[in-house]
Design a protein around this ligand. Structure first.
Ligand code: NZQ
Ligand code: ZN
Length: 380
């Protein structure tokens, strides 16, 4: 096991009816900027619950943080926050509203343009903020990262350093989610675990088992979560799995990959494809191209998650990758670039961007532009 420091300051408030606790969780006397997406919270009652819970608090609203939040929108919110002299932010929505709010919180403590914070990759100061999560997927409610797009240059980049003070997770708010958002949320959760698990064997038994516990849970709850049954226990396990997959708990002392995510962000930046949908396409391509490097972990993953224990090692790996692709397809997601009409032009552009930045992602630091090309070609 490698050395590590674990620190996570976010208070997790989980369960039915917990939005009502907002008034006690936010310190009295704060001037609050409440941030929202495109309006789903008006239809499912979340807006009413938040408004009721915040009665008596001084608050202002910012609407319109879009999926794949843009710095252009964040700039507008920072201007409003300055004008109203807010000193606390509350994000009500999915990962996009939360990520956008993270940059608003940092942007309000920064003189220059918020995009400079994204380019630095790290926020040095931010206003305190909290979240009411409405879409289990990103883990943003309990981690310090945010991913921001810039429309003018078709870029999508991550920065770190902003943890929510607390996050409220009421599984009942997920009942209004469209099936496709649930599918993308399940895929995102699954691939977050793979990015921290499907690397090298022999680093940590407990991290391996913990990761496998989340993978098993996602596979088990997926059909019911997608059935539209609104089963509270199913949605609770889905919601908590998404948080645990990316709140730093399964990465203690182990190496991480993240190549699939970095390639996926480019597909979103260039084609607007939903985040989880990009991962369902790229993840198996990463496995195909890096199968030798990931050999031992692919065998472990295949045996422990899919029960694949017979045949030669290469046959087992073939079946493991095929079984994983089948899982993504069972969610109703595409697993090939061609299904989304994406081809050589995009592959060439992603290779060019990776080369221009001189990046090398993955647990072995070898996913360069050329390797990203091979991965994308393996998902055509
Ligand atoms: O905008 P509204 O009207 O609220 O509708 C949203 C949006 O259209 C809707 N929605 C959310 N909760 C709902 C609901 N509809 C009905 N009922 C509800 N309860 O769902 C749509 C998608 O929402 P979005 O927030 O975009 O989805 P998600 O949570 O998947 O967030 C995706 C963003 O997070 C980034 C992604 O790259 C992408 O930009 N990520 C952030 C990470 C992080 N901060 O750690 C890590 C991830 O890997 C990811 O990159
Ligand atoms: Zn993700």
């Amino acid at each position: 096991m490698n050395n590590f420091i674990y620190y996570n300051p976010t208070r997790l408030v989980f369960g039915k009816g917990t939005i009502a606790r907002l008034s006690k969780l936010i310190p009295a006397g704060k001037r609050i900027l409440v941030t929202f997406g495109g309006g789903s919270v008006r239809k499912n009652g979340v807006y009413d619950q938040v408004t009721k819970a915040l009665e008596g608090h001084e608050r202002f609203e910012f609407w319109g943080i879009e999926p794949n939040p843009s710095v252009e929108t964040v700039r507008e919110a920072v201007a409003l926050g300055r004008e109203k002299q807010v000193d606390f932010l509350l994000a009500v929505g999915g990962g996009s509203v939360i990520d956008g709010t993270k940059l608003i919180a940092a942007g309000l403590c920064y003189e220059g343009d918020p995009w400079e914070i994204v380019l630095k990759g790290q926020a040095s100061a931010q206003l305190p903020f909290a979240t009411v999560l409405t879409l289990p997927a990103t883990g943003s409610e309990m981690n310090s990262g945010a991913v921001i797009s810039r429309h003018e240059t078709r870029e999508k980049r991550a920065f770190y350093g902003t943890y929510p003070q607390f996050s409220i997770l009421d599984p009942e708010v997920t009942y209004s989610l469209p099936k496709r958002q649930i599918a993308c949320g399940l895929a995102d959760t699954f691939v977050h675990v793979l990015e921290q698990y499907l690397t090298t064997t022999g680093q940590s038994r407990v991290m391996g088992r913990w990761a496998e516990g989340i993978l098993h849970t996602v596979v088990e709850v997926a059909p019911r979560a997608l059935s539209g049954e609104h089963d509270y226990d199913t949605m609770s396990d889905y919601m908590l799995s998404a948080t645990l997959a990316l709140n730093d708990m399964i990465r203690m002392g182990v190496t991480q990959d993240w190549a699939t995510h970095m390639i996926g962000h480019e597909l979103t930046a260039l084609h607007g494809l939903t985040h989880g949908a990009t991962l369902a396409i790229v993840a198996c391509g990463t496995m195909r191209v890096l199968r030798d490097q990931k050999h031992g972990k692919l065998l472990q993953f295949g045996e422990r998650i899919w029960g694949i224990a017979d045949g030669t090692e290469e046959e087992r790996i073939d079946r493991t990758i095929a079984r994983t692709e089948e899982f993504f397809r069972s969610l109703g997601l595409s697993t090939r670039l061609s299904q989304e009409g994406i081809g050589e032009a995009t592959i060439a552009e992603i290779e060019r961007r990776f080369n221009a930045e001189g990046v090398a992602y993955g647990e072995a630091g070898n996913v360069t532009g050329a390797v990203a090309r091979r991965i994308l070609e393996a998902c055509l």
